[in-house]
Write a protein that binds this ligand. Structure first.
Ligand code: ASP
Length: 326
C-alpha cells in the first residue's frame, strides 16, 4: 500500500488560475488546477491528488451560498477515510471570508488549507506554484490536524479567523495583524510556532449551514450620515455590522440611529475599523463603546467587520441569540 497522503483539491478560480497576457497588459482566467500541478517537480512522489471544480469564478463573483456549498463538499470528501486533507484554490479578494465561513461550518479534524496567488502565471513574481506546493505540504502534515481552517500564502500559515488581505498586489499581502502567523513552510518542513488557540477553535464547525440575509456592513467615517443607518433599517435588513472608530466608538447621531435599529429587534454588531485590536466597552461618552453596549449593541471583539457579518448571518440563521455568540 502507498504511504502517500491523498489530498482533494477544490479548484474554484482566481489569479492562481489566470495568465498575464502581455499584449493586453491584463490578467485573464486561463487555466485549470491540473495544468499548474503538472509544473511542480516531483509532486507525485509524495502526494496523491484528486481535483474537483465546484465552480470556476473570480472571487469577487462569489457569494455566501458558494461558501456554504464549498463547506458541504469539503465535508463530504473528508468524511471518506481515503482523503487526509483538502486544499482550496481561490481568488484572494474574498479568500479570508470564504475560509472563515468554511471554518465556522465545517466539521472535520482533517487539515483544510486555502491558498491563492497574488501574481498570475507569466508575471515575474508569480507565486502560484509555490503557494500550491506549500498548501499541499501543510494539508498533508499531521500537525495541521484539528487547527481549524488554515490559509497558506507566501510561505506562511495563518488561521482563518484572523487572516486578512492587507495589500492589493504584494505577494506578502496575507497577514494576521492581531497575532501574526501560526507557522511557516521552511524548506521542506512545516513549522507551527505555537499551540496557543489563536484560531478561534471554539467556533470551529459550530454552525449549521443556514444564514439569515441580508446583513449589512457599514464603515464609520468622519461626518458619517446617520440617515444611512435609518435607510438600511427601512430596507428590511436582518442585521447590521458597523466598523466603528478605534476601540468601538461612533458619532452620537449615528449611535442613536443604531440604537433605534436595536429597539426594532435588529441586532447591531460593532467591530473596529482598525486593522488590529478589539471593540471594547471602554469609552463612556455619548457614542462610546461602553454606552453602545448598554444600549444593546453587540461588541464584536477582535473579529474584523467582514467576519463579524458572516458570524452574525450564521448565528441568526441558526436561531441563536447573537448576544451570546460574540
Ligand atoms: N481578483 C482576483 C480574485 O480574487 C484576485 C486573486 O485571485 O488574487 O479572483
Amino acid at each position: 500500500m502507498s504511504n502517500k497522503k491523498k489530498i482533494v483539491i477544490f479548484s474554484t478560480g482566481g489569479t492562481i488560475l489566470c495568465d498575464f497576457v502581455p499584449g493586453q497588459k491584463a490578467v485573464l482566467p486561463a487555466r485549470r488546477g491540473g495544468d499548474l500541478l503538472r509544473q511542480i517537480p516531483g509532486l507525485d512522489q509524495w502526494v496523491e491528488i484528486n481535483i474537483v471544480e465546484p465552480f470556476q469564478l473570480p472571487s469577487p463573483h462569489l457569494t455566501v451560498e458558494h461558501g456554504l456549498q464549498l463547506s458541504e463538499e469539503i465535508e463530504q470528501y473528508l468524511s471518506r477515510q481515503e482523503y487526509e486533507g483538502a486544499v482550496v484554490l481561490q481568488g484572494t479578494d474574498t479568500l479570508e471570508e470564504m475560509a472563515y465561513l468554511v471554518h465556522l461550518t465545517l466539521r472535520t479534524n482533517k487539515p483544510v488549507v486555502f491558498t491563492g496567488a497574488m501574481k498570475s502565471n507569466g508575471e515575474l513574481y508569480c507565486d502560484a506554484l509555490g503557494n500550491i506546493a506549500a498548501a499541499l505540504q501543510v494539508a498533508s502534515t499531521d500537525e495541521a490536524q484539528g487547527r481549524g481552517v488554515l490559509v497558506v500564502m507566501n510561505q506562511e500559515i495563518h488561521g482563518a479567523v484572523h487572516v486578512s488581505k492587507t495589500h492589493s498586489e504584494s505577494v506578502a499581502a496575507f497577514q494576521s495583524p492581531q497575532f501574526g502567523p501560526l507557522g511557516r513552510i521552511s524548506m521542506d518542513e512545516v513549522v507551527f510556532y505555537t499551540s496557543i488557540d489563536h484560531a478561534g477553535m471554539a467556533d470551529k464547525g459550530r454552525y449549521q449551514r443556514q444564514v439569515e440575509q441580508p446583513v449589512l456592513l457599514l464603515k464609520a467615517y468622519l461626518g458619517m450620515e446617520p440617515g444611512l443607518i435609518r435607510l438600511a433599517r427601512e430596507t428590511g435588513i436582518k442585521g447590521l455590522v458597523i466598523e466603528a472608530f478605534g476601540a468601538g466608538n461612533l458619532h452620537p447621531a449615528v449611535a442613536a440611529e443604531a440604537a433605534v435599529m436595536v429597539q426594532h429587534g435588529i441586532p447591531v454588531v460593532i467591530a473596529t475599523r482598525c486593522r488590529a485590536g478589539r471593540a471594547l466597552p471602554l469609552y463612556a461618552y455619548e457614542g462610546g463603546g461602553k454606552i453602545l453596549k448598554e444600549a444593546g449593541l453587540i461588541l464584536g471583539g477582535g473579529l474584523s467587520g467582514v467576519k463579524c457579518r458572516l458570524k452574525l448571518m450564521l448565528a441568526l440563521g441558526n436561531q441563536l441569540n447573537p448576544h451570546l455568540e460574540f
